[in-house]
Design a protein around this ligand. Structure first.
Ligand SMILES: NC(=O)C1=CN([C@@H]2O[C@H](COP(=O)(O)OP(=O)(O)OC[C@H]3O[C@@H](n4cnc5c(N)ncnc54)[C@H](O)[C@@H]3O)[C@@H](O)[C@H]2O)C=CC1
Ligand SMILES: O=C(O)[C@@H]1CCC=N1
Length: 268
């Protein structure tokens, strides 16, 4: 039996971007038994769950939450704010960006709340999901949360809730910044007249091979840039021009703007 034991889990937003990664992963790995999962969405059974034809579906989040011991909130903040959920005496695990534990407690009555920030790599089992528990969360709750989050990748507890804002903008963004860089490189390649297929293969080699060369040693990135600069070749010229044009400033502005947005959402 999994860490969840006989507890019933309501996954609110089961067919959304994150929900359809978590639900099937939890079922496939035996974190929750099919008879103990209630999948809630607006449209009923979703093809991502075709392997579990007998799964219980609900289009009423309040009913699903009411029948569960553990409630996973995988809905947009604005949709959550329209819901009337009673989660008293339940463990609530929220994936929502910018919705504080205090707001979740206020609107659901829950005291045992964990906020986690997965990312889109959950869909390939490679999410990194930092999480924060309220003081009432028990040791068993923590094991349950670790089991749920581990079903789609790696996870670590954070000591302070406010650190979730940065986590939202960094790991929470998944491949978004890499996509921005890839798009800029593709446009530059086209500007220089590279045939489209060669441009695509060149940029794919840059973006998709880099992870294999840097995995497990990301702290070496600063040294890698310095090594290229010291090498004094063509890449040095390109990297220096990017730095002079404000590359680091652009990244810092992106992270700051994102954190500001998260904090504004918390006050909306
Ligand atoms: N997509 C991502 O990479 C990340 C998302 N998040 C957070 O996770 C949460 C979910 O995000 P996504 O999966 O991307 O959203 P999504 O919009 O893809 O999925 C949300 C799901 O909730 C369902 N839903 C909305 N209102 C409902 C209602 N009244 N009753 C039943 N179901 C309802 C929708 O039908 C939809 O399937 C958001 O709060 C987001 O901030 C956090 C980290 C990363
Ligand atoms: O862009 C977003 O709002 C979602 C939530 C956290 C990360 N991605």
């Amino acid at each position: 039996m999994s860490d969840i034991g006989q507890d019933r889990v309501a996954l609110i937003g089961a067919s959304g971007w994150l929900g359809r990664a978590f639900g099937p992963a939890m079922l496939r790995q035996g974190v929750v038994a099919p008879g103990h999962l209630i999948a809630a969405n607006r449209s009923g059974a979703h093809p991502a769950y075709d392997d579990w034809p007998d799964l219980e579906w609900s289009t009423d989040p309040a009913v699903a939450a009411g029948r569960a011991d553990i409630v996973i909130l995988s809905v947009l903040p604005q949709d959550f704010r329209q819901m009337a959920l009673d989660c008293r005496d339940r463990l609530v695990l929220s994936f929502m960006a910018g919705v504080s534990c205090a707001e979740i407690a206020d609107s659901t009555g829950a005291e045992r709340i964990v906020r986690a920030l997965p990312n889109a790599a959950a869909g390939i089992g490679r999410s990194y999901s930092p999480w924060f528990p309220t003081p009432d969360v028990t040791a068993r709750d923590r094991d349950i949360v670790a089991a749920i989050l581990s079903s789609v990748g790696d996870a670590d507890a954070l000591p302070r809730e406010e650190d979730l804002a940065a986590a939202t903008i960094l790991s929470g963004a998944g491949p978004a910044y890499a996509a921005l860089l890839a798009d800029a490189l593709l446009q530059a390649a086209r500007d220089h007249g590279l045939p489209e297929d060669i441009a695509r293969k060149s940029v794919e080699a840059m973006i998709c091979d880099a992870p294999a060369m840097m995995a497990g040693q990301i702290e070496g990135a600063t040294q890698l840039v310095a090594d290229y600069i010291d090498y004094g070749g063509t890449t040095a010229a390109a990297l220096s021009a990017a730095q002079d044009a404000g590359f680091q400033d652009a990244v810092r502005a992106a992270v700051t703007a994102g954190i500001d947005r998260v904090n504004a959402m918390s006050r909306e």
